[in-house]
Design a protein around this ligand. Structure first.
Ligand SMILES: CC(C)(COP(=O)(O)OP(=O)(O)OC[C@H]1O[C@@H](n2cnc3c(N)ncnc32)[C@H](O)[C@@H]1OP(=O)(O)O)[C@@H](O)C(=O)NCCC(=O)NCCS
Length: 140
């Protein structure tokens, strides 16, 4: 179990891909991939600042390989940079074939999440003091 107080904590999210999440080629619909990634970014940012957070932007998302129906997608997310109220979160998504165990990188992206106070206004967050350590799940 990762240390909940580690500011570089990596969050892990698993989802199974069902037919209603795919296009007519039987591969994961891009909008659904973004929804999974946004959810992963939301978890990492919320854990980092323990505030309500919203997505301000998805800065760049690269789709490397398709995800097939029935695959499990495993998403990794962590905060890599902070501003005054915003956090940059990196997210990678891998697809796993449950029958063979084969796992490959499908999508990676950066999301900017903003912390809000009880009035829905941006609020300050603790600064990330050091850059994140190398991690093979993000070295792509
Ligand atoms: C994101 C939001 C809270 C920013 O509010 P705002 O009044 O423009 O806030 P500010 O101008 O004070 O900016 C606050 C922070 O957000 C960042 N920010 C705002 N818009 C941004 C954008 N489009 N991309 C990246 N960062 C952005 C600012 O750089 C600033 O960061 P910093 O404090 O670390 O320097 C507001 O635009 C909003 O509520 N958007 C809708 C969010 C939403 O519904 N998301 C989808 C569903 S969760």
């Amino acid at each position: 179990m990762t240390d909940p107080k580690d500011p570089h904590r990596k969050s892990v999210l698993n989802e199974i891909v069902f037919p209603n999440q795919t296009n007519h080629y039987g591969t994961l619909f891009g909008g659904q991939a973004l929804a999974f990634m946004d959810k992963a970014a939301f978890i990492a940012a919320s854990r980092y600042c323990r505030r309500t957070v919203v997505t301000a932007s998805s800065d760049q998302v690269d789709f490397h390989t398709p995800v097939r129906v029935g695959n499990v997608v495993e998403l990794y997310s962590r905060v890599i940079k902070t501003g005054h109220t915003s956090m940059q979160v990196e997210v990678t998504m891998y697809a796993e074939n449950l029958l063979t165990g084969e796992k490959r990188l499908c999508t990676q992206g950066l999301f900017t999440m903003v912390a809000l106070d009880e009035h829905g206004k941006p609020t300050s967050i603790p600064p990330l003091k050091e850059p994140p350590p190398p991690d093979p799940d993000f070295q792509v």
